[in-house]
Design a protein around this ligand. Structure first.
Ligand code: ADQ
Length: 458
């Protein structure tokens, strides 16, 4: 069996105190049988040229962490990756801030990744790069003579050509993607968008049957690999956490009120301000809920050094304050907005204790919280998921209450429907969703991707 080499912007080292998140579970499950190497930025910044990676071996996996210069992190990570590609790929041009300086830093960091990774590679390796930070990686590795199969998985949406061509360097970005052997997306519509881009730049002849494409001499696979969660692990985590002091105290504090919950990274793509507005409209339109429900929103600041994230934090504080100011009573706070982090298992316990899960991004590659909400529920008395049609997860979780997050009044009505839904209907909707996430869990995702990469080699 070939060794798998995963490359991601951030290297996620296993810690005893925290359960690994989606990406780490998928990557590590793929490495379980054949061992592997995981290469990425360790999170440290320095003010000199980065040296060779630090190597650590744990559980059969070698972790190779490199440092990055602080200026590169600012221009490459906060800059080109998170202030150009992230907003563009999420169709949110208001926060799109292209500069050549950032683009150059992005290119340089990808070259650095390739140079530091190259000496660690073996002849039979399969290489799997993750996400929008590393689009040029295959091109830089090919320049160094790497001929091993290289796959790429995009965790976020891929935009249609009419959006992508806003980027002055879009043609380079597309050429870079053609240097991979497998390019993977979350949904069919992301793949369709990619097709629109390839056909625009290279002509319709570049699209071959069987999810293959040909550009010049190169033939590669472009396919859909929807990411999932470790369903049984989340179920177990949720059941266990429900018994812990922290979750019990939260439930006690509700004094019998129904709980609606949102768990997101604080990001403008997650539709949080509109979600708060929808909640206000619920309280206005259905005053019977006053004093009877609580909405907890957990959203720690994830990219505090990007200006747009500070703005959204301020907007949310204002909205939450306005709602609480208007509707709160001496013994009731309508919204509890928590700007802090909780361990994953505690979050799963919170999800299990909730009657309604709110996942209303304005655009999202997949959204694993939606799948975790389903996995965490008690099948005898499951909660209801309200899910945006703009999240990749809506393609699979078709029995959630699907909403357009821009139609806040409709979201308010969905909240009311969820709060009053009968047990048989909740069970029926839940059973279909549990089936869907079991069929396509995190293990199936990583298996399918690595098998596709292996088949390219053959
Ligand atoms: P993200 O946008 O980071 O990921 P998402 O899929 O919602 O988000 O969550 C990923 C993981 O982070 C989940 O395990 C979730 O529990 C955890 N998480 C989310 N909010 C949290 C919080 N407030 N505190 C602690 N943990 C939290 C990107 C894409 C998504 C895609 C994933 C995986 O933007 O669309 O689903 O990658 O491919």
């Amino acid at each position: 069996m070939n060794r798998l080499v995963c490359v991601s912007n951030r290297l996620i080292m296993p810690r005893k105190t925290a359960a690994p998140g989606g990406l780490a579970v998928g990557v590590l499950s793929a490495m379980k049988h054949s061992g592997g190497l995981w290469f990425g930025w360790g999170g440290e910044t320095i003010d000199r040229e980065p040296g060779d990676p630090d190597l650590h071996v744990r559980g059969g996996v070698t972790y190779a962490a490199i440092d990055l210069r602080a200026t590169d992190v600012e221009l490459y990570y906060n800059g080109h990756a998170n202030s150009v590609l992230w907003p563009l790929f999420h169709y949110l041009l208001k926060d799109f801030n292209f500069t050549r300086e950032q683009q150059n830093a992005y290119e340089n960091v990808n070259r650095l990744f390739a140079q530091k990774l190259h000496p660690l590679l073996k002849r039979d390796d399969l290489i799997w790069a993750h996400d929008y930070h590393l689009i040029p990686l295959a091109s830089r590795l090919r320049e160094l003579g790497v001929t091993q199969p290289i796959g790429f998985f995009l965790h976020i949406p891929f935009p249609h050509i009419e959006m992508l061509r806003t980027l002055p360097t879009y043609a380079e970005l597309l050429r870079d993607l053609t240097n991979y052997d497998v390019v993977g997306f979350q949904t069919e519509s992301d793949l369709q968008s990619f097709r629109s881009c390839i056909a625009h730049l290279f002509g319709a002849d570049a699209i071959l049957p069987d999810r293959r494409m040909r550009v010049g001499e190169r033939t590669f696979v472009a396919d859909v690999f929807p990411i999932g969660v470790d369903v049984e692990a989340v179920r177990k985590e949720a059941i266990e956490a429900r018994k812990t002091e922290v979750v019990k105290r939260m439930v006690d504090s509700l004094v019998g009120r129904k709980l609606m919950i949102g768990v997101d990274r604080l990001d403008y793509s997650k539709g949080l301000v509109r979600r708060f507005t929808a909640y206000q409209q619920l309280l206005e339109a259905f005053p019977d809920n006053l004093g009877r429900i609580t909405y907890i929103q957990i959203a720690p600041l994830s990219r505090g050094d990007v200006h747009a994230y500070i703005e959204i934090r301020n907007a949310l504080e204002q909205e939450a304050g306005r709602t609480n100011g208007r509707f709160a009573d001496a013994d009731w706070t309508p919204i509890r907005y928590l700007n802090r982090n909780y361990p994953h298992d505690t979050l799963m316990g919170f999800l299990r204790a909730s009657h309604v899960g709110l996942v209303t991004p304005v655009r999202d590659g997949m959204n694993l919280v939606a799948k975790e909400f389903v996995a965490s529920q008690d099948e005898t008395d499951p909660g209801v998921l309200i899910l945006s049609t703009m999240a990749g997860a809506a393609r699979e979780l078709t029995t959630a209450l699907l909403v357009n997050p821009y139609d806040t009044l409709a979201v308010a009505h969905a909240m009311q429907a969820a709060l009053s839904m009968s047990l048989p209907e909740r069970r029926e909707r839940f059973a279909a969703m549990l089936d869907a996430i079991r069929k396509n869990d995190i293990y199936a995702w990583s298996r399918r991707f690595t098998e596709t990469l292996e088949s390219v080699k053959r």
